[in-house]
Ligand binder design. Structure first.
Ligand code: PMP
Length: 427
């Protein structure tokens, strides 16, 4: 594939004005001009099936959200230092989707800010500083949060109070009890913090372990690790930025698959279907000491326009039955990909929950050695055939398949046939 000269010029303009830290996706970067439902369109009018963008979880430019944003932007767009009913209506409706213990919420603009705030709340509550995360976790961009996001690699130092634990998985670990192994690893991390004179503040996990390679695991396996961090005086924080808002199909929130009730839950990405809104859902007793000692004002967090968008998102998930669609279409898509694994040796493992699926590529099914090169080739071959996905995992060998919750069976069937083609073409 050769890059159109217009797009080569755009790449040069980006580098000149945006500087060196941004990265584009795909060998041949995409120039997008429009989106609708599960489809994106490039500058030539070519359509791409979007199986990757989890922000626009209701589909691109969902009419209900577009209308809510436009209407509210024309009425009032201001912050949380005035009385306003919309933020209260939304907050009440949002916390009603959580177990009763989680009854309060604070709003931010990004998932990173939500995790940053969760850390501050946890430090105030526990008096500890120790943070436990999985080996290839990503939790955000602020300096504090990047320090517990090991997936950022060697360019970012982990904090001295950060301990990593292996991600809970069974494909490589074999028949071990995933929950038991994870609990033991968290206990070892707690012991190591203590040996260095550090008190644990929190264990934070993305409840589908998406950047560790998409590891939904058996439902319920998190309970032991959650008990371990609490026994050590720390909090359990569920990062629902990726799994939340119905994506797992089995529940509205990823932690619910595990039968645990976190101390803090962080939200973001799909919350406003593209409008920046994120937040922390909290047990009131957990945030009490932070509230006593700190004020929190986030200029755009919880602004009226974002709350209007977020309200429309919750309404659409309910009225359009999107969690059930995530479950049913997700299962159909997973079955289709598992069917390809019967013919394509490179697919070592297929796993997922709802519309979040990982397919791990190996050079050899016996050794399970990662096939990083083939994974990249398949993702680019799919892009060339008009289907968008990306890559996850420490070894960059897991297809990260994360379509909008409005994905249809026809979309899933098209996805599987294009993946089949891409596998044949890259063999
Ligand atoms: N947590 C998780 C699990 C994420 O995937 C991300 C974003 N990829 C974040 C937090 C940070 O969210 P944001 O980019 O909105 O700051």
């Amino acid at each position: 594939t050769t890059l159109a000269p217009e797009n080569a010029a755009l790449i040069e303009r980006r580098a000149a004005v945006l500087g060196p830290a941004y990265r584009l996706m795909y060998e041949e970067p995409l120039h997008l001009v429009r989106g609708e439902g599960a489809w994106l369109y490039d500058e030539t009018g070519r359509a791409y099936l979007d199986a990757y963008n989890n922000v626009t979880s209701l589909g691109h430019c969902h009419p209900r959200v577009v209308e809510a944003i436009a209407r509210q932007a024309g009425i009032l767009a201001t912050h949380t230092r005035y009385l306003h009913t919309l933020i209260l209506d939304y907050a009440e409706r949002l916390v009603a989707t959580f177990p009763a213990e989680l009854s309060q919420v604070m709003f931010t603009c990004t998932g990173s800010e939500a995790n940053d705030l969760a850390l501050r709340i946890a430090k105030a509550r526990t008096g500890g500083t120790g943070i436990i995360v999985t080996e290839n976790a990503y939790h955000g961009v602020t300096e504090a949060v990047a320090a517990f996001s090991p997936s950022l690699g060697t360019g970012v130092d982990l904090g001295i109070a950060v301990r990593t634990v292996p991600a809970p998985e069974s494909y490589h670990a074999g028949k071990t009890d995933v929950g038991e192994a994870f609990r033991r690893d968290v206990e070892a991390a707690i012991a190591d913090l203590r040996r260095h004179g550090l008190k644990p503040a929190l264990l934070i996990v993305d409840t589908l372990f998406t950047s560790d390679g998409v590891l939904p695991g058996p439902a319920g396996f998190l309970a032991g690790a959650v008990a371990a961090i609490r026994a050590a005086g720390g909090l359990f924080v569920a990062d629902e930025v990726q799994p939340g808002f119905g994506r797992s199909g089995e529940a509205m929130w990823g932690f619910q698959r595990h039968g645990v009730v976190p101390d803090l839950v962080t939200l973001g990405k799909p919350m406003g279907n593209g409008q920046p809104i994120a937040g922390v859902v909290m047990r009131p007793e957990v945030v009490e000491s932070f509230g006593r000692t700190s004020r929190y004002f986030n200029t755009f967090g919880g602004n009226a326009v974002s709350c209007a968008a977020a309200m429309a998102v919750l309404e659409a998930i309910e009225t359009e039955g999107l969690q059930r669609n995530a479950l049913e279409t997700g299962r159909h898509l997973l079955d289709g990909i598992a069917g390809l694994a019967e013919r394509h040796e490179v697919i070592g493992d297929v796993r997922g929950a709802g519309l979040f699926i990982g397919a791990e590529f190996v050079t050899d099914r016996g050794t399970r050695a990662p096939d990083r090169a083939r994974t990249a080739r398949v993702v680019n071959a799919m892009r060339d055939r008009g289907v968008l996905i990306s890559i996850s995992g420490r070894n960059h060998n897991v297809l990260k398949i994360r379509p909008p919750l409005v994905f249809s069976r026809e979309n899933a069937d098209l996805f599987v046939s294009v993946l089949d083609d891409a596998l044949v073409a890259t063999a």
